[in-house]
Design a protein around this ligand. Structure first.
Ligand code: PAF
Length: 291
């Protein structure tokens, strides 16, 4: 496994590769990430993983400085999983005018996204998805620039809205990259694996799987024929709120368009974001109703 931290070294490492499967991450890798690396490996391509905590996608009062950085552990896991190249750039490598004192990226050119980027997670985290899309496009340029014929990038379904926005960007900007979605990996009690789970206190950790269970109940109700979606969203929000959660949103959407679901939609996704103390958890369930 080769570890590179500059664009130039990355370019050299990938010079002769005709097929690349790329997994972008922010590190603090768990079994969910490793599952994405395994998916990449199954594509018979050179597996490239990036580890970069992207300042541009964190808001002013978010957890950028606190975000867990566990590089040695991550590299060990990636070696065991069979990654070929790991790209661990500095902030300056990605943002040439980065200011270490203030964490300002001074990135004046960013990706302008449609309305969906200001909804759901984007409503609570203004600018987040533009920061994600901008860094993902930069990483795509760095990883795929050498002209590998097969260009695959893998994203987890846990961040469903992110995955949707990246797919939309790839289409809108004619990027010749195949986006593959990896399933959400869960703990045995159903909690979706996330680097942020490490922030939970033992009591919060016990309560945390309730978000997934509440989304599951919502799915059951819709499968049983309920179409009063906004009532269902409010009821689930109230249920979680009574149990001490601070709910950012519970939303029933068309999985194909990410628009609020209509009763005629068959492919649906229920999404939720809610906080236990300061820790914000997100989850979703995609499902299909009979035609
Ligand atoms: O999902 C993540 O870890 C990040 O948003 C990503 C895609 C690596 C961009 O920084």
């Amino acid at each position: 496994m080769q570890i590179v931290n500059t664009a130039q070294a990355l370019s050299q490492a990938l010079e002769n590769q005709s097929a690349i499967a790329f997994v972008p991450t922010m590190g603090n890798l768990h079994a969910g990430h490793i599952q994405l690396v395994e998916l990449a490996k199954s594509k018979n391509a050179c597996v490239v993983v990036s580890i970069f905590v992207n300042p541009l996608q964190f808001g002013q009062n978010e957890d950028l400085s606190q975000y867990p950085r566990t590089l040695d552990d991550d590299l060990e896991k990636l070696r065991a999983a069979g990654a070929d190249v790991v790209f661990t750039p500095s902030e300056q490598e990605i943002y040439p005018d980065f200011d270490v004192e203030t964490n300002a990226t001074h990135q004046n050119i960013t990706i302008n996204l449609p309305k969906l980027a200001n909804e759901l997670c984007g409503e609570v985290r203004p600018g987040h998805f533009s920061g994600v899309a901008t860094v993902v496009l930069k990483l795509f340029n760095l990883v795929f620039f050498n002209g590998a014929k097969t260009k695959i990038a893998i994203f987890g379904k846990k961040d469903f809205q992110q995955l949707f926005i990246i797919q939309d960007m790839v289409k809108a900007l004619n990027l010749p990259i195949e986006i593959i979605a990896g399933d959400t990996k869960r703990e045995s009690d159903g909690l979706a694996m996330s680097s942020r789970n490490g922030y939970l206190t033992p009591a919060q950790r016990l309560e945390a799987p309730r978000l997934y269970r509440a989304l599951g109940l919502l799915v059951d109700a819709i499968k049983q024929g309920r179409t009063d979606f906004s009532v269902l969203e409010t009821q689930t929000t109230q249920f979680l709120t009574q149990l001490g959660w601070i709910v950012d949103y519970i939303s029933i959407r068309s999985a194909a368009s990410m628009q609020p679901a209509a009763s005629s939609d068959r492919k649906l996704v229920v999404l939720g974001a809610a906080r236990q103390g300061n820790t914000r958890l997100i989850d979703n369930i995609e499902f299909t109703l009979p035609a």
